[in-house]
Design a binder for this molecule. Sequence first.
Ligand SMILES: *[C@@H]1O[C@H](CO)[C@@H](O)[C@H](O)[C@H]1NC(C)=O
Ligand SMILES: *[C@@H]1O[C@H](CO)[C@@H](O)[C@H](O)[C@H]1NC(C)=O
Ligand SMILES: *[C@@H]1O[C@H](CO)[C@@H](O)[C@H](O)[C@H]1NC(C)=O
Length: 495
Amino acid sequence: MLMRCPTRTRTVFLMFGSFLLLYHIVLRWRPNFRQQAAIWRLSLANQSCSNADPHLQNMCAQVEFWRFLASCLDANPPGVASPVRKANAEAVSFDAEKSQRPEVLEMPEQDVATMRRAHSRFVQAIEGGFHSIVYTHSTKGFVSTAGGFYFPILMTSLRMLRRTGATLPMEVFLELNSEYESFICEHMLPSLNARCIILSEILEAIPYQLPISHYQLKVFAMAFSSFEEVLFLDADAFPIYDPTRLFNFEPFKSTGLVTWPDFWGPTQSSLFYSVTSQAVPPATNHASTESGEILLSKKKQNKTLILAMYYNYYGPNHFYPLLSQGVAGEGDKETFLAAAHTLHQPYYATRKPVKAIGNFQKGQFAGSAMVQYDPFEENLMKVQPLVRTENALSIPPPRALFVHVNFPKFDPAKIFTYNGIIKFENGTFRRAWGEPLVDFEYDVEEAYWREMNVVSCTMEGKTQGWRGIDHICANATRYYNSVFGAQSAELGSIR
Ligand SMILES: *[C@@H]1O[C@H](CO)[C@@H](O)[C@H](O)[C@H]1NC(C)=O
Ligand SMILES: *[C@@H]1O[C@H](CO)[C@@H](O)[C@H](O)[C@H]1NC(C)=O
Ligand SMILES: *[C@@H]1O[C@H](CO)[C@@H](O)[C@H](O)[C@H]1NC(C)=O
């Protein structure tokens, strides 16, 4: 490969590199690394990249892309200490008229300058001859991440997705080989047109310096999926009706990047804009991002995706704090729009605010899920009419499209220990999402528990995440019958 990444002088890089390597070996050495490498050889190299299997072909091509990307990431580290947080930033609701950014980070001028040089070298590499991003042309699909106790949660979400009639394939990324479960990966997921991809098989095919886990996995899952256009869904997020049409209409058609809002106002520190050599945009533009769902064209937004990987690779110590300043949910969430913004790429941040649903406990509202809205209708409103023509009036209000069951996770092996959510104080089972009433097109909560019930009864005793836990199926069934009793007669007949 002739392509090269701009770097600092070789010596500095080698010094820093050896430091990172040492850090990696001393602090991050995972005892199962060798074992993973062995499985990697078995599952990929031995089958060889000349194997005709398209999935294996994708993985082989992704490894080549990653080889280039990793060298470029490692060659351009921030090279300075993390920013220091001198106070806790408060989570303040977004207000399109009054929102202001928190400013609680401190970083010496000199460090900002050092980071700016590294960032600008990486951006130059993206604008120059970078290795192209890998995908199968003209394909669309869903991408998620799971493993361990996230598997049953994902299975419920995936069943909700399939019951909307959505048929596009899903690729489910597992961080490690040890999370592979044959019952799920070879049986349950394929029956719903989904399959497992082990991220470490791609990542660890070549050496790289920093650990990649937790929030960082999402952007790598999107990049290493085989699809050209991706709807990423967190394992605990599902659509209320078929989201496939999002791919074919505005605002995605022209932008190639659509995100959904969080509750809070923008949280980027002005230091982020200083590091990335940009003017600080108005804090009233749009709310912060809630990255439970992301719609992305890898073709149109190829550069954005690569820069987002830089922001995530150097996320935990640098870009996550610069972008979120410790506000609730700090992680990958702001990295996608930040990358698009830095590279002057178009994007659409859905404006209709996220809505919390939950119930009242001891007189206090307790949210347990978030509702996100369809950007299609609000985009029509924007492009058509400030003048209230007949036509404009006929545009329906945005429909509730996604539910993100973020806290607590509705894991039927654990949810019965969060009493307030599913039980009154006197112990009677209750609905979790009774308040406020959202204009769902059907009883989404009933459907969710129905699918959770099927998942509980199919997976109990068969999945690592639930090892040693019994009565999952019995408890979920008891709950369903008690709360949704009228419909319970149908339970026996579902797939
Ligand atoms: C991104 O796509 C454009 C248009 O196809 C191409 O010219 C450019 O080289 C690509 N850049 C990267 C970094 O892949
Ligand atoms: C099932 O319900 C019983 C009785 O409420 C409870 O003690 C037990 O912890 C529950 N088990 C699970 C897995 O939720
Ligand atoms: C438990 O409390 C709820 C809410 O206050 C009430 O509607 C229900 O009837 C009570 N159940 C019993 C068995 O007392």
